[in-house]
Design a protein around this ligand. Sequence first.
Ligand code: NAD
Ligand code: LMR
Length: 324
Amino acid sequence: MKDPVRIAITGGAGQISYSLIFRIAAGDMLGPDQPVILQLLEIPQAMEALNGVVMELNDCAFPLVHDIVASDDANVAFKDADFALLVGSRPRGPGMERKDLLEANAAIFSAQGRALNDYASRDVKVLVVGNPANTNALIASCNAPDLDAGQFTAMTRLDHNRALTQLAQQTGKHVNDVENLIIWGNHSATQYPDIAQCQVDGKPALELVERDWYENDFIPTVQQRGAAIIKARGASSAASAASAAIDHMRDWALGCDAVVSMAVPADGSYGIEEGIIYSFPVRCQGGHYAIVQGFDIDAFSREKMQATENELREERSAVAHLLG
Ligand code: NAD
Ligand code: LMR
C-alpha cells in the first residue's frame, strides 16, 4: 500500500462536497490503491453540519480513508496538504452572473492563498471551484508568493464535459468518440467552447454539424448551462461539478491521453496576456500539465477568445486590491 496523501477540501458541508468527498474517499480521484487523509474546512456556523458529514464518512468504513480532520481553521485544514480543492464560497442564484459573486467571495481566496502559502505541501496542487473560479484562483495564487503560480488552477472541466455531451448527442456518437474539444477562457457566459479543432469518430466536427447549430445553439447552450441547471434544480450544479473536479485532479495527478480543458496561468500561449487564469487545452503527464500548442485559430475563434480574455482582465482590475 502507498503512503496516504493529504487532501484538503473547503466548504466541506456544502452541496458539491456532499458528492465530492465521498467519491474521493472511494478512490475515484487518485485510484483504488491510494490511501487518503481528508482535511475538511468550514466556517464556524457550519461546523455542526460538517460533523454530520464526518459521521457519515465514518459510517461508510472506506478502506482508503486513513484519517479525517474537520476544522474551521484554514491553517489546520491546509497543513501539509498535497491537494487542495477550494469549493467553499457562496453560489449564485437565479438572475446573477458568476462575477456578481466577486465581492462576496474574493476575500475568502486571499486568506486561503496565504494559508496555503504558509502551511501546505510545497508541491500542493490547487483547484479552485468556488466562483468566479478563474479570478478566485488568481487571488489565491497572488497571495501565495512562495508557491509556483502554476500550482493554482481553476475548473472549466465541467464546461468541457457539458460540451462533450452536447456534441456527442448532436452527432449521434458517444463522448468517447470526441477528441480535441477546447474550452477557452473564463468559467462564465463569455467562455468559448471551440469545436474547430475537434474530431468525432475521426471526422472533423464542423463537417458533421450545421454552422448555425454550432454558433447559435451549441455555444450558448454550453455557456448558459450553469444558469439552466439553477433554473431547473433551484440550486447550482453539484454532483456534476464534483465529478468534473475529480476528473480535473485525477488527470493532473495521474495523467491522461486526451486533450482536456483546465484554467491555468496564461503564459503568452495563443496570444493570451500573462497575469490571468485562462482555460486552455492541456495534456497531463507525470503530475504536470502542459498547454497544447499549435492549434489554428481563425478570425471567429480569435474574437471569442479575446472577449473572454477581456472579461478576465476586467475581473482582475476589480480585485486589484487583493492581488498583493
Ligand atoms: P454551498 O452553499 O452548498 O456550499 C458552500 C459551502 O462553503 C457552505 O457549506 C459554506 O458554509 C462554505 N464556506 C463559505 N465560506 C467558506 C470559507 N471561508 N471557508 C470554508 N468554507 C466556506 O455551495 P455549492 O453549491 O457547494 O457551491 C460552492 C461554490 O462552487 C459556489 O461558488 C458555486 O458557484 C461554485 N461552483 C463552481 C463550479 C465550476 O464549474 N467552477 C460548478 C458548480 C459550482
Ligand atoms: C456551473 O457552471 O454550474 C456553476 O458555475 C454554478 C453556476 O453558478 O452556474
